[in-house]
Design a protein around this ligand. Structure first.
Ligand SMILES: Cc1cc2nc3c(=O)[nH]c(=O)nc-3n(C[C@H](O)[C@H](O)[C@H](O)COP(=O)(O)OP(=O)(O)OC[C@H]3O[C@@H](n4cnc5c(N)ncnc54)[C@H](O)[C@@H]3O)c2cc1C
Length: 352
């Protein structure tokens, strides 16, 4: 069968490809439906000395109003996942452009647990290893066994193992040490039969009480809980025009508690925190925002804070990237001035 030729379009607005619905045009834009098309697009970029940006579902992305003066590769590699089973476990290899939630639904629908807490996270399968997506005490690092990538240094397709991906909290080699080197074309997940759904977070244990739910019930519960927090994309709901949590939970030295306590005149045990790596602690960014006056429903021009989730910055309708930047900067400056903590932005930023 003849291959569909790769179409490189020009001057394509990026806002419709992002959940924030913000962003200027890409100078060049290509839908990538096969690995052959990916190679062709990379050759085009190299021949024309263009920078390349890989776009999945645009749900963790803030595109500048000036857009991107290069080639955007929209990963649309899709198709039915392939599976192999060995009795006690089953592996699925899923194309990178497949919708993440649809995959979660199909796994949970078969009575298999492992990703049930990650229901309702928007975006593509290929986007999930990049920041090691996680929610309600579960993250993809627990089930990813291999990631197939195009290595832009060698222009070879290679398979990286879980440990080679360097997963940590909202991190992997794809968004840290090897940012820009690999393009994910497929991800393989392994699930063990007979495992019970993961119910550690209070929201979920409260929801189910003493009952032991099936994975599909957890799937639906997570979506309901997320909806209540404005963390589910529902067409037409203003709180849906976000990129999810805009700030990471900061990991800081233990003595930061002292500084926060002094500023707020609070005793340490009143400051929520969890143990983190190397004797440090993790603080809830949402709590810091609220204490700094950035509460749900806060408005700054055309940008705002979701009425249901303190950490979600939203496009109130006609926002530009500049509006989101202004709100972000105001939050970062105030939190830094009050507590000496720099809040790190979670969504990837394309352009300035
Ligand atoms: C309402 C809402 C709720 C969310 N909830 C959560 C949550 O609970 N937990 C969580 O972790 N995240 C959450 N997110 C963030 C986001 O959905 C995830 O990070 C998601 O995995 C991003 O995937 P994507 O396909 O949309 O990637 P994009 O936003 O398109 O891209 C994000 C980054 O990944 C890179 N990338 C994407 N695809 C590929 C690929 N195939 N190969 C190489 N690089 C690639 C891009 O270049 C970019 O750097 C939420 C977002 C929203 C809008």
């Amino acid at each position: 069968m003849p291959q569909t030729p790769l179409e490189i379009q020009q001057n394509i607005p990026l806002a419709p490809f992002t959940t924030l619905r913000i962003g200027g045009p890409a100078r060049y834009f290509a839908e990538i439906r096969t690995e052959a098309a990916l190679l062709e697009a990379i050759a085009f970029a190299r021949k024309n000395s263009l920078p390349v940006f890989v776009l999945g579902g645009g749900s963790n992305l803030l595109v500048a109003d000036s857009g991107f003066d290069g080639l955007v590769l929209h990963i649309a590699l899709d198709g039915t996942p392939s599976s192999t089973s060995n009795g006690s476990s089953i592996e699925y290899t899923v194309p990178a452009g497949a919708e993440w939630n649809a995959f979660v639904l199909s796994v949970c629908g078969q009575g298999i647990s492992g990703v049930e807490c990650l229901a309702g996270i928007p975006g593509t399968v290929g986007g999930t290893p990049v920041q090691n997506v996680g929610a309600y005490g579960q993250e993809v690092a627990e089930t990813v066994v291999a990631v197939r990538v195009l290595d832009l240094e060698t222009t070879d397709f290679v398979t990286l193992s879980n440990s080679e991906c360097g997963f940590a909290y909202r991190r992997s080699i794809f968004n840290t040490t090897h940012r820009g080197r690999y393009i994910v074309t497929a991800v393989t997940f392994r699930f063990h039969h007979g495992r019970k759904p993961h119910l550690t977070y209070a929201d979920l244990t409260r929801y189910f009480g003493e009952t032991q739910p099936a994975p599909i019930e957890v799937y639906h519960a997570v979506r309901t809980i997320r909806h209540g927090k404005g963390m589910l994309i529902v067409e037409g709901e203003p709180d849906s025009r976000s990129a999810g949590s805009f700030f990471k939970n900061p990991i800081v030295a233990l003595d930061t508690l002292q500084r926060i306590g002094d500023t707020l005149q609070l005793s340490h045990d009143k400051i929520p925190h969890w143990p983190a790596e190397s004797g440090q602690i993790k603080l809830p960014a949402a709590w810091l925002l609220e204490r700094a006056g950035f509460v749900k429903g806060y408005i700054l021009g055309n940008a705002g804070i979701s009425s249901r989730h303190t950490l979600a910055l939203i496009n109130r309708g006609d926002a530009h990237a500049a509006d989101i930047f202004a709100l972000r900067d105001a939050i970062q400056q105030k939190v830094n001035a009050l507590f000496g903590i720099h809040l790190e932005q979670e969504p990837v930023q394309l352009g300035r």
